[in-house]
Write a protein that binds this ligand. Structure first.
Ligand SMILES: Nc1ncnc2c1ncn2[C@@H]1O[C@H](COP(=O)(O)OP(=O)(O)OP(=O)(O)O)[C@@H](O)[C@H]1O
Ligand SMILES: [Mg+2]
Length: 367
């Protein structure tokens, strides 16, 4: 083990030692966490072979932490391998903590960890491969022309994602704030069941503005104003992002879209006049061709409007969100029929950082 660096405090060193001991034990072989969530250590050689040497043809996409590749193990399991960028000792420790946390989390709507590989200079995470890729690819990417997301599927995706976030916020110990809820982090299995991904690594991002500058691509539109401006993090930041995701599901629009003349418009700015005029039908993605449930639409718009309020304390929690989306109301009057939405406009400097809406921006999903 590398010598701890002098600037690390005693607590950190102890934690690292404990962690290292833990991982040594874990590396024994396949390990069962809490009975059913099994994961194992993969060798670099194994993952290299599974992904055809991390070939460009196997690349599913690229995010803030590195590239993701499709792969197939010798026993026929399809996997997605996230190859992390170079890491230092502190990040290495965080990687180990996150892998441990991910190994303990188990919920039908959270992407499970299959395992990891921690070689001398490589960090790789292995997940189950999701055949329908991400929600992003269906709404705005390579599958958008296929129109496989009808209204029912969209509402199931909304409810399932909300249940996954609810589990992170209220049921797992310690509680987890995702911090990067967005369409590319909602993956879809062969039945279009949503699985929220990246809930562990989201915490590797340093708090506040550094997140913005290093990884704002495609993310800015989901950020709660208090997080975007002051880096203030709480569960309600995820609630805000979920509200944007819900609007995206309803409307098929991107969180920030580029208009002629380099003008950028947020989805709330677009939706605000339509909602205040009661033109709910005009909000719905035209690709659905009018096949939606009117009551469910109103309820979903109402939930989205509650979630994207600029004051965090006014937003519902995820338990309330799930109840409302399922059609019950146990929110003690909080679920007033809003039927108006607050529009958010990010400051110019932040908007300038949002490369995803630029034509020349790197595609979110390659291959
Ligand atoms: N298990 C998986 N199955 C299928 N596709 C996946 C899987 N994991 C990730 N992807 C896809 O690979 C691409 C890159 O993912 P990655 O998480 O690195 O970046 P991102 O989601 O765009 O941004 P962020 O770094 O904020 O999560 C995304 O399009 C994602 O949907
Ligand atoms: Mg991701």
């Amino acid at each position: 083990m590398e010598e701890p660096q002098p600037q690390m405090n005693f607590g950190t060193i102890c934690k690292l030692q404990t962690l290292w001991d833990y991982l040594s034990v874990a590396s024994a072989q396949e390990k069962s966490m809490k009975g059913t969530n099994t994961w194992r250590i993969f060798t670099y050689k194994e993952l290299h072979a599974a992904t055809n040497g991390f070939s460009e043809d196997y690349k599913l996409g690229e995010g803030g932490y590195g590239s993701v590749y499709w792969g197939k193990t010798t026993d026929g399991l399809q996997i997605a391998v996230k190859k992390l960028k170079a890491m230092n000792l502190k990040a290495e420790m965080e990687f180990a903590v996150e892998v441990e946390v991910l190994g303990r989390v188990k919920h039908k709507n959270l992407l499970r960890l299959r395992g990891y590989c921690a070689g001398t200079d490589q960090r790789l995470i292995v997940y189950d491969f999701m055949p329908n890729l991400s929600l992003q690819s269906h709404l705005h990417g390579r599958f958008s022309g296929d129109v496989q997301l009808d209204w029912k599927r969209r509402m199931n995706i909304a409810i399932g994602s909300a249940e996954g976030i609810l589990y992170l916020h209220h049921e797992v110990t310690p509680h987890i704030i995702h911090r990067d809820i967005k369409a590319s982090n909602v993956l879809l299995d062969s039945n279009f069941k949503p699985l929220v991904a990246d809930f562990g690594f989201a915490k590797l991002i340093p708090e506040g503005v550094s997140h913005m500058t290093t990884h704002v691509k495609g993310t800015l539109g989901y950020l709660a104003p208090e997080y975007a401006m002051w880096g203030k993090v709480s569960e309600s930041c995820d609630v805000y992002s979920f509200g944007i995701l819900l609007l995206e599901l309803i409307t098929g629009r991107k969180p920030i879209e580029k208009l002629p003349g380099r003008v950028k418009r947020t989805i709330t700015e677009w939706a605000e006049p339509l909602i205040s005029q009661g033109r709910f039908r005009d909000l719905v993605d035209p690709k659905i061709r009018g096949n939606f449930d009117e009551n469910q639409l109103k309820q979903a718009i109402n939930v989205a409007a509650l979630c994207v309020q600029s004051e965090p304390a006014k937003r519902p929690n995820m338990k309330e969100v799930v109840s409302m989306l399922k059609g019950y109301d146990n929110t003690n009057g909080k679920a007033l029929q809003m039927m108006r939405i607050e529009s958010v406009k990010y400051k110019e400097e932040l908007m300038a950082l949002d490369q995803a809406t630029d034509d020349e921006g790197v595609p979110e999903e390659s291959g």
